[in-house]
Design a protein around this ligand. Structure first.
Ligand SMILES: [Fe+2]
Ligand SMILES: [Fe+2]
Length: 204
């Protein structure tokens, strides 16, 4: 099977599972979010290539990372009830955080994803987490630095891919930029981001 672009031209040869996932996610997201998801998948592959990670896992996790972003309230309630999901006090207040945690369950149920690294990448792509594995780090970085992103240092961090920077250093830069924004704007900070900061900068 070949994935097609908007005008029906074949893009490149991909696995059937990846094409199926791409076709399905297209119907679950608005156009802008779909384009972002494709860009995150492509960026995650570039990062995976640089650091010798599994490119297929990185691509799938990047493609699906926002799968719960446009979920209806009713569908969210379905997943929350079925999987007995309990959001912490910060996540309760920030919908932008909840889609990450919900997304892991959506990927499991709607896309039949069983791979722990892919699910972890979806779960932690927004707040980060001190215990993230390499695929999760790649998606965390890709989500912030894909070509369409215009955050404070997205472009600068993206350019670092061509240097000898480590994967942890890249993830640390993304975290620092995100935290800087949250502090300056006086916004809530999720505990996972604080723990990641302490782990990455102070080894605790
Ligand atoms: Fe997201
Ligand atoms: Fe995203």
């Amino acid at each position: 099977m070949v994935c097609k672009d908007k005008i029906g031209m074949k893009k490149n040869l991909k696995s059937t599972a990846l094409c199926d996932a791409e076709n399905k996610i297209k119907g679950m997201l608005d156009e802008k979010r779909f384009i972002h998801s494709i860009a995150v998948a492509q960026t995650a592959v570039i990062i995976a290539e640089k650091y010798g990670l599994d490119k297929k896992k990185a691509e799938l996790a990047g493609l699906l990372h926002d799968c719960a972003r446009d979920l209806s309230g009713l569908k969210q309630q379905y997943f929350i009830k079925k999987y007995k999901i309990r959001f912490d006090s910060v996540s309760k207040k920030i919908p932008g955080l909840r889609h990450s945690f919900l997304g892991a369950y959506v990927a499991m149920e709607e896309f039949n994803v069983k791979d722990r690294e892919v699910l972890e990448a979806i779960k932690y792509h927004t707040a980060g987490n001190a215990s993230m594995g390499p695929i999760a780090k790649a998606v965390y970085i890709a989500d912030y630095t894909e070509i369409n992103r215009k955050y404070r240092s997205s472009e600068k961090i993206r350019a670092k891919i061509k240097t000898n920077i480590s994967l942890d250093e890249m993830a640390g830069l993304v975290l620092k930029d995100k935290l800087g924004y949250l502090v300056e704007e006086g916004k809530l900070i999720h505990k996972d981001s604080v723990d990641m900061w302490n782990q990455y900068n102070h080894n605790i």
